[in-house]
Design a protein around this ligand. Structure first.
Ligand SMILES: [Zn+2]
Length: 435
């Protein structure tokens, strides 16, 4: 029996177009009187015929929110969260690290978002972020795949700069700048630190901008967050000022805030220190005319109200792992035995997986899944240490023998998955004042 997705139905000169689920559980596109598989060709067809199924440049809009979908199945759930949200979603958003671990391509990520948008009849603008790109090759591949936004990751250039140039000394040394009343003053030590920490990153950004983005190929986000070195407001100001002086136009910048932005858990650190710093970062961003971007935004619930307030409702927030964790929560709820085997796999892979992510999970604090009843198994996904364990183990889990069982469980219970996403991401959006 075929089931038509009602919200997908639309009129076209080729006749009615819609998406349907076939009797074998596979989704199909009905176009010009024929059923087509949901492959890259049909995604391209949709994007060329129905403009709202193609991504667009949304980063300059006041509020944007990245919903990474590592599995290619969360899209309809994400779309539903944004149907009435006061923000534009970046539905397709993956880093090269995620693509490597999941064995996907930028094209796969985009196609999954296109099908989700079409299936749900979502006609609002949405974006496509080539996230955390570190090399020319990665930027080229993201742009070729149609990314509407490039996030350049400078982490490998941080701390590799040198002394200030004569020009920089003349421009900054001993001078006092203001961002909305916040004073920023460059002493010799402060300026020396700015160029030592960010000099090479600024050169890297300028080079990439001139080569790939000056012509306006995509929105541009500067990311200096994935490093151990927090960005002081003075350093933030310096980076922005240098980029402006060099003619680099960008929509968002992600500083590395103080405290800890670990994956999959709430903010750790002093909330009052964070708030004081955030105020100045937000003022600096506003005074240069771009938005602050908050990375590793998954589950940072305690700081969202401050972000909404101090950015005056102009921000970009990225999440990704939290949607994966909800998928694993579903697995724990629906197939406890399978979840227990996967949990054991994650434990055995933890040492390797944590080389790639910033987490501090203490495995000794995680209860033995064997000691938990089936009904309480999914409570593991409410515990920080277990969340981080599962969060970073997605690569080995998705390459394991359990892959097919997981995907068929997610397909079978997809409405339950979308409901979990609505609850969890909905909490994010409400605290940001956009849900
Ligand atoms: Zn980041």
């Amino acid at each position: 029996m075929m089931k038509i997705y009602d919200k997908s139905i639309c009129e076209h000169e080729a006749g009615e177009i819609y998406m349907a689920r076939g009797g074998d559980g596979r989704d199909l596109l009905f176009f010009a009187g024929a059923f087509l598989p949901l492959d890259h060709a049909s995604a391209e067809l949709l994007r060329s015929e129905l403009p709202w199924t193609a991504p667009s440049r949304v980063l300059s809009l006041p509020r944007t929110f990245g919903t990474g979908d590592r599995l290619g199945i969360a899209g309809p759930g994400h779309v539903r969260c944004f149907r009435s949200a006061d923000a534009a979603p970046v539905l397709a958003q993956q880093s090269v690290r995620e693509l490597t671990f999941t064995g996907r391509t930028f094209a796969d990520v985009l196609d999954a978002a296109t099908f989700a948008v079409f299936r749900e009849g979502f006609r609002r603008p949405w974006g496509f972020d080539g996230d955390h790109l570190k090399t020319s090759g990665e930027i080229e591949s993201a742009l070729r795949s149609g990314c509407t936004m490039i996030t350049i990751d400078c982490s490998e250039k941080i701390g590799r700069g040198g002394e200030p140039s004569a020009e920089q000394r003349a421009l900054y040394l001993g001078r006092r700048f203001e961002a909305e009343g916040c004073a920023l003053e460059f002493g010799a030590e402060g300026l020396g630190r700015c160029t030592a920490v960010y000099g090479a990153a600024i050169e890297f950004i300028c080079g990439a901008y001139e080569k790939y983005l000056a012509g306006g190929a995509a929105d541009f986000e500067i990311s200096i967050d994935e490093t151990g070195t927090p960005t002081t407001p003075l350093e933030h100001f310096f980076v922005a000022s240098e980029l402006r002086r060099r003619g680099v136009r960008f929509q968002t910048l992600a500083p590395r805030f103080g405290g800890e932005f670990q994956k999959g858990v709430d903010y750790r650190g002093s909330l009052s220190d964070f708030e004081a710093e955030l105020q100045i970062h937000a003022a600096v961003a506003r005074s240069f005319g771009y938005k602050l971007s908050i990375h590793s935004g998954s589950d940072k619930l305690s700081i969202f109200p401050m972000i909404a307030r101090h950015t005056q409702g102009r921000f970009h927030v990225k999440t990704s792992g939290t949607s994966w964790l909800e998928a694993m929560r579903l697995a724990a709820m629906m197939e406890p035995a399978l979840y227990r085997r996967i949990h054991a796999l994650a434990l055995s892979e933890f040492g390797e997986a944590k080389k790639h992510y910033h987490v501090s999970a203490d495995l000794s604090k995680i209860p033995e899944p064997a000691a938990l009843d089936d009904a309480e198994l999914s409570s593991l996904l409410d515990m920080d240490d277990a969340r981080q364990l599962i969060h970073i183990a997605y690569g080995p889990i998705l390459k394991s023998e359990y892959r097919e069982s997981l995907y068929s469980l997610w397909r079978e219970h997809e409405e339950d998955y979308f409901a979990l996403l609505a609850g969890h991401l909905g909490r994010h959006l409400r605290l940001l004042g956009i849900g």
